[in-house]
Design a protein around this ligand. Sequence first.
Ligand code: DGL
Length: 297
Amino acid sequence: MPGVFICEEIEDLPIREIGGEESDISAESPIGVFDSGLGGLTVAREIMRNLPNERIVYFGDTARVPYGNKSKATIERYSRQIVRFLKTQDIKAVVVACNTATALAIDEVRRTAGIPVIGVIEPGAKMAVKATKNKRIGVIATRATIQAGEYASVIRGLDPEIRVLGQACPMLVPLVEEGWIHDRITDEIILRYLDDLLEHGVDTLILGCTHYPLLRSEIRKLVGGGITLINPAYETAIELGQMLSEQGLRSQTMRSPEEPNPYRFFVSDDAGRFTDFANSILPVDVKTARVVPIEEY
Ligand code: DGL
């Protein structure tokens, strides 16, 4: 029977087990947000900023990260398990806050979730189509996301004349997690990755991996002002608000600042490292994350 291990005691965090009582979903229920690890916090951060009345249950798959070099079947299985766990928390909608999981498993999540689902690729792709003037869009992402071609297919579905150039940048995730954001070595690696895209004259660049918005100011500095940078995390938060409104699921009440635990965090390993990272990028204080034995879901 699945359970949840508490890393650090925190009050008011009800944990339900699969097969428990009937769930009672309403507009005041939390949104389930998941990622392969820490990076999806950039999406959670945009939801916190743009939809401040919403509650969030975040799951970071820190035991099985990275997803960026795994197969579709594996990422589909991981995503199914995570959604099953999140549903024990009575979530009203799922945000697949991971580009790789969106690219490889969003159809499977939509098929199995039974509640509204949004991924990060469509919102980012739509904004890039609006932004490009010369119809050349660059996408930087993990290898798996680039190989899946999902950004390119959404963009071309909207405008077949647009040329989409993808570049896998596998070294950027570890550099961000290492905290090497404003660093000469990181700058050199970014430039090396972007070389080809810049040569092909892209005027719009999608930051197609959860970690890259944290490199936004470095990338801006390196590419100059002539290229529009698209942050799918921001676009997803905006589209999530619209989706919740359309489905009658947008929280209507002003959340009291006193409300205990409007944001709850779960991981599959190493809660300490997760909370340190969360506290370095979120606008709220994260006291604890609980470790979930995700393989049991
Ligand atoms: N979260 C992943 C993404 O957005 C990056 C990290 C990983 O490879 O799992 O693609």
